[in-house]
Design a protein around this ligand. Structure first.
Ligand code: DAT
Ligand code: MG
Length: 183
């Protein structure tokens, strides 16, 4: 049976959305196979997001993920990777549909304000880089989305992420509701 890695990000934990988010996956019929509250360090967050290391928002993203505890989970079920992404919603909280987790609970895209500041300061070419560095160190949250939750984007990345986050392995059990959910 397919598995996916789902992580409630620090803003989701701080905002008390853990129960709500777990409830959505549970009610859909997926099975919880791994669960822990964990604060990761920079090296670990960089490893998790290694594919995005060249992106301009990478540093802000890493800062965000290490800024507080996250809830790491493994969910199992038929098509759980793709369906999990649908339950989560689009990456940009301004575009995620109502009814999805991001669509219902996230707003901020942050970056636009920084881009505005950056381009207006292009006029002052010399101070722009300094300004960006200062701004970045003072307000890392302006550089990436506050979008509450992460979900693997493919079966293969799910496998890698589960191995990274749960080196100790995950629970082996089957829900007794199985025959009520699958034909
Ligand atoms: P997703 O989390 O939907 O899989 P992703 O893997 O492309 O999206 O990016 C990982 C995270 O990085 C995403 O949840 C929020 C942040 N991010 C992505 N694109 C961004 C952008 N254009 N500006 C700021 N943050 C971004
Ligand atoms: Mg992704």
């Amino acid at each position: 049976m397919e598995q996916t890695f789902i992580m409630i990000k620090p803003d989701g934990v701080q905002r008390g959305l853990v129960g709500e988010i777990i409830g959505r996956f549970e009610k859909k019929g997926f099975s919880l196979k791994g669960l822990k509250l964990i604060t990761v360090d920079r090296a670990f967050a960089e490893k998790h997001y290694a594919d995005l290391s060249a992106k301009p928002f990478f540093n802000g993203l890493v800062e965000y993920i290490v800024s507080g505890p996250v809830v790491a989970m493994v969910w199992e079920g038929k098509g759980v990777v793709a369906t999990g992404r649908k339950i989560i919603g689009a990456t940009n909280p301004l575009e995620s549909a109502a009814g999805t987790i991001r669509g219902d609970f996230a707003i901020d895209i942050g970056r636009s304000l920084v881009m505005l500041l950056f381009f207006s300061s292009l006029l002052f070419l010399l101070i722009a880089p300094t300004l960006t560095i200062v701004l970045k160190s003072k307000t890392p949250n302006l550089f990436d989305y506050r979008n509450v939750i992460h979900g693997s984007d493919a079966v293969e990345s799910a496998r890698k992420e589960i191995a990274l986050w749960f080196p100790e392995g995950i629970a082996e059990w089957e829900s007794s509701l199985h025959s009520w959910i699958y034909e």
